[in-house]
Each structure stands twice: as structure tokens, then as C-alpha cells.
Design a protein around this ligand. Structure first.
Ligand code: C2E
Ligand code: MG
Ligand code: MG
Ligand code: MG
Length: 277
């Protein structure tokens, strides 16, 4: 077929591919409008200690689409990641979460809460990321020590020294740093030791089969031990059953997030949960 030479090029016009590209472009345009129209929302999921007290929340983005209803982040964040849209969304998340944090810091029953936000690697790697965090903190007048940034291992694969320098500036503001989805990426242990992290977050995929899959059991134990050895807090995500919780507690994990404790909910529902519970 390759011998057909020039005529072959016509085959690059693949109607299926064309459709995929068009629908992605449409989605991206839709998403940009959604951001401007206020259709993006943050929900907050509790993070608990061994006594089941809510010690913090993770902010998780949703798109309230006028026709399609609530769209989960995995359906639109990857599309946003392909353009600068992820930077605008990231900025919106940072400011929305800080505004909410400022509200909570005024309420006695909520003022102890840590708020964690997810930061995309693109966002972290922009030259003005530090400045945008500093601006959000001061604009909303929040106590920066209650703000936690969840980073993934993809942040680290590039220039470790540059990443470390950035992290140290954030740490100097008081901001906490967590390594999300730990165990799923490629970061080496050497990085772990070098970086000024506060927390490791065990990925949900390891927690899920903890009680039935021996290799996940080994993995989770190893992560907890490692975190303890490096003096990092460790939190398990996706805790759904008492059995998973018991295993995690038994092996020294002291913070938990998952449906067992609560699903992500709008801030107004969380007020009720923490005060009532
Ligand atoms: P993540 O940061 O690892 O967030 C945890 C995900 O696990 C959330 O999914 C949460 O709803 C879900 N989860 C928590 N506990 C349980 C459980 O017990 N069982 C099950 N089945 N799931 C549980 P969600 O909200 O769909 O978010 C998916 C991912 O989208 C996040 O994973 C994060 O990578 C990304 N994301 C969410 N919000 C943002 C954001 O504001 N900015 C960026 N850049 N990414 C975000
Ligand atoms: Mg996260
Ligand atoms: Mg995670
Ligand atoms: Mg995850």
C-alpha cells in the first residue's frame, strides 16, 4: 500500500479521527464557556483521623453541565490538560478553594480544617505558579498552613532541583505538600528523600484489594513504612470498608479518605456533616 505513493496521503483524512478531533475541540470550547459561565463547582470530601474526626477535606472539581448534569473530572480534566485551559481552571480552583477556606476559618467548628487541592503538573511548572498561590492566599486572607497542594509524580520527572526550589518557597509560605496517587507513577525513592513533602497519599487502586490481593497488601505496607521512615504523614484514599480501614490502621496509617467516611459534597453539605457529626 505504501507503494501507492502520493495518493496514500488522502488516507490521512480519516472521518472517524476527524470526528474525534472535532468533538474534542467542541468539548474544549464548551469547557471554556463553562468556566466563564460559572458551571464549574468544587465538592469537598472529608479526610479523617483514627478517631474518625474530620481533619481536612480534598477539593474535587465537577462540571454542572446544563444538559448532561454533573460531569466528573476524569471526563474533562484530561481535555483541559491539552491546552492552556488547565491553567485557567487551576487558577479558578485555587481561588475558589481559598475563598471557601477563608469562610471556614471564620467558623469555630470548621477552622481546624485543612483544604487540599489538586494541582496539575502543567500548572505547577508555570513560572508564575508561586505568585498565583501567594496572591490567592493574601487575596482571601487565609492561614496558609491550612492549604495543602496535592501534586502527582509527573511533576517531579523533569528537573528535580527546580521542583525542589519551588516547593521550598511554598513551604516557606506555610503551605503543605502532598504526593497524590503514590505508587502509580515512576518517581524514585531518591526524589522522595530530597523533596520537602509533608504527606504521601496511597492510591485508591492499592487500597481497593488490600484484603484480597497479597501484592497490594505488600505494597501498602511498604508505602506506610517508607512514609514513617521519612517522617511523612500517610493518607489512604478510597477507603470503602471497615476491613480496609482495620488493615490500614494495623499497619500504621493514621489518615483516611473514602466513601466509608463520606463522599465529595458541596461545601454547604459539609458544614452540616462536620457540625452534626
Ligand atoms: P484524586 O485526586 O486521586 O481524587 C480522588 C478520587 O477518588 C476522587 O474522584 C474521589 O471522588 C474518588 N474517591 C474518593 N474516595 C473514594 C472511594 O471510597 N471509592 C471510590 N470509588 N472513589 C473514591 P474524582 O472526584 O472523580 O476525581 C478524579 C481525579 O480528577 C482526581 O483524582 C484528580 O486527579 C482529578 N481532579 C479532581 N479535581 C481536580 C482539580 O480541581 N484539578 C485537577 N487538576 N485535577 C482534579
Ligand atoms: Mg487528589
Ligand atoms: Mg489521589
Ligand atoms: Mg487517585
Amino acid at each position: 500500500e505504501a507503494k501507492n505513493g502520493g495518493r496514500n496521503q488522502v488516507r490521512f483524512f480519516d472521518p472517524d479521527l476527524q470526528k474525534v478531533l472535532e468533538s474534542r475541540a467542541a468539548m474544549e470550547a464548551d469547557l471554556r464557556r463553562a468556566l466563564d459561565a460559572g458551571q464549574l463547582q468544587l465538592h469537598y470530601q472529608p479526610q479523617c483521623d483514627v478517631e474518625r474526626r474530620v481533619i481536612g477535606v480534598e477539593a474535587l472539581i465537577r462540571w454542572l453541565h446544563p444538559e448532561r448534569g454533573l460531569i466528573p473530572p476524569l471526563e474533562f480534566i484530561p481535555i483541559a490538560e491539552e491546552s492552556s485551559l488547565i491553567l485557567d481552571i487551576g487558577c479558578w480552583v485555587l481561588n475558589t478553594a481559598c475563598r471557601q477556606l477563608a469562610e471556614w476559618q471564620k467558623q469555630p467548628s470548621m477552622r481546624h480544617l485543612q483544604v487540599a487541592i489538586n494541582v496539575s503538573a502543567h500548572q505547577f511548572n508555570t513560572h508564575d505558579f508561586i505568585k498565583s498561590v501567594q496572591t490567592a492566599i493574601s487575596a482571601h486572607g487565609v492561614d496558609a498552613t491550612a492549604l495543602k497542594l496535592e501534586l502527582t509524580e509527573t511533576v517531579i520527572v523533569n528537573d528535580v532541583e527546580a521542583v525542589k526550589a519551588k516547593m521550598l518557597v511554598l513551604k516557606a509560605f506555610g503551605v503543605k505538600l502532598s504526593l497524590d496517587d503514590f505508587g502509580t507513577g515512576y518517581s524514585s525513592l531518591a526524589y522522595l528523600k530530597q523533596l520537602p513533602l509533608d504527606q504521601l497519599k496511597i492510591d485508591r487502586s492499592f487500597v481497593r484489594d488490600i484484603a484480597t490481593d497479597p501484592s497490594d497488601e505488600v505494597m501498602v505496607k511498604a508505602i506506610i513504612d517508607m512514609a514513617n521512615n521519612f517522617h511523612l504523614q500517610v493518607i489512604a484514599e478510597g477507603v470503602e470498608t471497615g476491613e480496609q480501614l482495620n488493615f490500614l490502621k494495623l499497619h500504621g496509617c493514621e489518615a483516611f479518605q473514602g466513601y466509608l467516611f463520606g463522599r465529595p459534597v458541596p461545601a454547604s453539605d459539609l458544614n452540616f456533616m462536620v457540625e452534626g457529626g
